[in-house]
Design a protein around this ligand. Structure first.
Ligand code: DAH
Length: 346
């Protein structure tokens, strides 16, 4: 029996060492140390042995059993270690590989132009203010000298929310807000950049949402030459040092006199080209001296105070500067368009 136990041990250790996965090892385990293992047979024959032999076989059998169990445990650990190493090898990260380039967003051309205009006016001592996009009819039209039946309202087809509330069609509404907020009637200079809305069908030259920058200066002894000097500085900064401007008489209900302002064409220098449609001039904004009615509506004595105002379309300035000829490009967020405005890092 002792030889038999030795043989079992020999077979078991051989079987165990040949196991390369957990399932096979478990089968081997139940064969040698499970409930129906080869030891059962030995136990069954024990009764025929003398006491002395029983002790000897019993102790040998325990010894063999322990050795087999230890071998199984060791083999199991070996299998697990191998699995882990294999997995680590498979998951290995090569940190020397070049990384995938991420497409980083760029500043939007409208933001670039808006900030450029803001910087210019800040440098001239202007405040930059904000106004609500949902505006009252009173501030957007009525107090700007556009009563309900005024024909000029037709030019600004509006999104009304209620009879008295609408999405502002022009940042000019902020003129009223800023004058009403200025109870002490201190002189002030401000610009208000912001979104505006009109019921236009979107196409290459129209968008129901666009942006304007309103300018307003109110104080004593403000004259048309102040307006002219300011807009000249603006035109030179945005379109080049050699630009000239011209005032064309126009009509806006909230200014008197009113002007549309043209800048000499930056492409042909006034000779005439496709950008200026052969005229040598490009229209850039509307402006004028604040209408006495508007000053009075806001509690400013028009005999004592004067003001000038102007409104610039940001998309228009950006399109002229960058040669963008489809308004929709500003709103579709196509990376191929936007990446052209990337700042180059040196
Ligand atoms: N609000 C005008 C528009 O949207 C633009 C404008 C014209 C603003 C003359 C002004 C101004 O402040 O004085 O068409």
């Amino acid at each position: 029996m002792i030889e038999k136990l030795e043989q079992i041990k020999k077979d078991a250790l051989k079987d165990i060492s040949e196991c390369s996965d957990e399932v096979t090892l478990n089968n081997v385990k139940s064969k040698y140390v499970g409930k129906k293992s080869v030891f059962n047979e030995i136990m069954a024959n024990m009764s025929s042995l003398s006491n002395e032999e029983k002790r000897e076989v019993g102790s040998k059998s325990n010894e063999v059993r322990n050795e087999i169990t230890a071998a199984i445990d060791a083999q199991l650990k070996k299998i697990k270690d191998e699995e882990l190493n294999k997995k680590l090898e498979e998951d290995k990260i090569d940190i020397t590989l070049p990384s995938k380039k991420r497409k980083v967003g760029t500043r939007h051309p409208l933001t670039i132009v808006r900030e450029e205009i803001e910087d210019l006016f800040i440098s001239m001592g202007y405040d930059v203010v904000d106004g609500p996009e949902v505006e009252t009819d009173k501030y957007c039209f009525e107090m700007l000298n556009l009563p309900k039946d005024h024909p000029a309202r037709d030019a600004q087809d509006s999104f009304y929310i209620t009879d008295e509330m609408l999405l502002r069609t022009q940042t000019s509404a902020v003129q009223i807000r800023s004058m009403l907020a200025n109870q002490e009637k201190k002189p002030f200079k401000l610009i208000c950049p912001g979104k505006t809305y009109r019921r236009d069908d979107d196409d290459a030259t129209h968008s129901h949402q666009f942006s304007q920058i309103e300018g307003l200066v109110v104080g004593e002894n403000i004259s048309l030459s102040d307006l002219k000097g300011t807009l000249e500085t603006f035109a030179k900064k945005m379109f080049g040092e050699h630009r000239e401007i011209r005032f064309r008489a126009s009509y806006f209900p909230f200014t008197e006199p009113s002007y549309e302002v043209d800048v000499s064409c930056f492409k042909c220098d006034g000779k005439g080209c496709n950008i200026c449609k052969g005229t040598g001039w490009i229209e850039i904004l509307g402006s004028g001296m604040v209408h006495p009615n508007v000053l009075e509506n806001c509690g400013f004595d028009h005999k004592k105070y004067q003001g000038f105002a102007f409104g610039v379309g940001v998309e228009r300035v950006a399109s002229l500067k960058y040669g963008v000829n489809n308004m929709r490009d500003y709103f579709t967020n196509d990376y191929r368009f936007l990446k052209n405005f990337d700042r180059k890092e040196l």
